[in-house]
Design a protein around this ligand. Structure first.
Ligand SMILES: CC(C)(COP(=O)(O)OP(=O)(O)OC[C@H]1O[C@@H](n2cnc3c(N)ncnc32)[C@H](O)[C@@H]1OP(=O)(O)O)[C@@H](O)C(=O)NCCC(=O)NCCS
Length: 172
């Protein structure tokens, strides 16, 4: 279901297959700087059901994906907000929407949502806590073979328990 985001006219909605090129282009603006993992369009298309996007004036303004590792463990990944729209609360709204998506997947059971990030304070403000990244099962590293930093990962792992308390999901 679509939800209003704080940027007037912007809408959070599930991604559609035809959004894949725009998602790719948005992610590329950050992956070329090493801030996100690069993802080919074909892979985005294959995993399009994992993505939510923020649409603004008919264009993709932000995106984020939720990868399911089973056992109620999900990862927020490929989270990106267009630079000219940063700092307006769109990223926070998108994370909250992804957490709600995770809660739909886990169906009220206890689980975890994690992220590997350089934006630790951003996630902490949303209720995540820092965790030792090597406590996660080895399968979460399956994508790292394409990462230029695979032998010296300097991202921080953050995690939040689901179900997430309602007050953390409230819109600002
Ligand atoms: C990280 C990222 C997704 C954040 O998106 P965003 O839309 O700027 O996020 P928000 O606006 O919700 O929050 C950003 C900051 O603005 C502040 N902010 C939020 N709403 C605000 C508002 N209405 N007015 C003013 N400031 C606001 C927040 O306090 C926050 O500060 P913090 O990061 O120190 O906690 C975005 O910067 C991005 O795409 N970065 C590059 C890719 C990346 O690092 N992704 C994360 C990988 S896991």
């Amino acid at each position: 279901m679509a939800a209003q985001s704080p940027c007037p006219g912007a809408l959070i909605r599930p991604a559609r297959l035809e959004d894949a090129p725009a998602i790719y282009a948005l992610l590329a603006t950050f992956s070329t700087e090493g801030k996100l993992l690069p993802r080919p369009v074909a892979e985005i298309q294959t995993r399009i059901a994992n993505f939510l996007v923020v649409e603004l004036n008919g264009a993709i303004a932000a995106c984020g994906a939720l990868r399911d590792f089973g056992n109620n463990l999900n990862e927020i990944r490929s989270l990106a907000v267009r630079r000219d729209l940063a700092g307006q609360g769109i990223g926070s709204r998108l994370v909250k929407a992804l957490l709600k998506k995770a809660m739909e997947r886990t169906g009220g059971e206890h689980g975890h949502v994690f992220a590997l990030t350089y934006r630790v304070a951003f996630f902490q403000r949303l209720g995540f806590r820092i965790i030792d990244k090597y406590t996660f099962p080895p399968k979460i590293w399956s994508d790292c073979c394409v990462c230029p930093k695979k032998d010296h990962c300097d991202e921080t792992a953050v995690v939040i328990d689901v179900p997430v308390p309602a007050e953390l999901l409230k819109e600002d």
